[in-house]
Design a protein around this ligand. Structure first.
Ligand SMILES: [Zn+2]
Ligand SMILES: [Zn+2]
Length: 251
């Protein structure tokens, strides 16, 4: 009742377009329906390894094309990543970028839950899992304990828990650790990002992941430095295939 009255006196404003929200659901509480429904998802072929979209190629009606293009991008040929395949549901722009920032930095956990469980994510993951030669395990990209204390939660672990509940894929915790406190990648350029995360991760209990396929989960794929460093230590510890799933990707 009180929240209803407050909503009339101080109506919620859409974080994207600034309109007054009149029909918000818990899921979309920070955005008007038009903005939320208008989130852009990838619907074009992409590099089968790093997932960079090829916007010049023909688009498909289906979002999140995991099957993707037959040809690997120049960057992956020059510097092959340690991970086998990276997929992202949409570009880190507009509503999706705003939604992820609210989830990551403003404690809007419900937004993260809604994005991680979105039909588009589920469709992309279903497609990926069907392609896994053997049942995979989930590992969220860890935060350093100091960062975890500051932020109070690991956004990647929340996304991972949604995938776990939808697909029943087991989550491996206490395997991948972030031992070094690194600067936020968002403040750095491409080369600095790579140096910033080099040696930042360690694997413990590596007998658990021997020969196992891993799906690494993160919120945003920016340059791929962080997930590539994680994939490197996982592979060096005996992991089988390493896949990367993020909600969004910088384009
Ligand atoms: Zn709006
Ligand atoms: Zn590539």
């Amino acid at each position: 009742m009180l929240s209803h009255i407050l909503n009339i006196i101080f109506p919620a404003v859409c974080k994207q377009c600034g309109c007054f929200i009149t029909t918000a659901t818990t899921t979309t509480a920070c955005f008007c329906n038009k903005c939320w429904e208008g989130i852009k998802w990838f619907n074009m072929p992409c590099c089968p390894q790093c997932g960079v979209p090829y916007p010049s190629l023909e688009t498909s009606a289906d979002p999140f094309p995991v099957s993707s293009s037959a040809h690997t991008c120049g960057e992956c040929i020059k510097n092959p990543p340690y991970f086998d395949r990276a997929i992202s549901a949409g570009p880190y722009t507009e509503v999706l970028a705003e939604a992820i920032k609210l989830f990551k930095y403003k404690k809007k956990i419900h937004i993260g839950l809604a994005l991680a469980g979105h039909d588009v994510m589920v469709a992309g993951l279903t497609n990926l899992i069907q392609r896994c030669p053997e049942a995979p395990f989930l590992i969220p990209v860890p935060l350093h304990q100091n960062r975890l204390r500051e932020r109070e939660y690991n956004q990647s672990a929340i996304i991972t828990s949604v995938i776990n509940s939808k697909f029943g894929i087991p989550v491996l915790t206490d395997i991948l650790n972030r031992q070094r406190y690194t600067k936020p990648q968002v403040e750095l350029g491409f080369r600095e990002r790579k140096e910033n995360v080099t040696g930042a991760f360690t694997v413990q209990n590596n007998e658990v992941i021997k020969g196992k396929n891993i799906i690494l989960v993160d919120d945003v794929y920016t340059t791929g430095s962080t997930v590539n460093e994680c994939a490197k230590v996982l592979k060096k510890s005996g992991a089988g295939k390493v896949y990367v799933v993020t909600i969004a990707r910088m384009v």
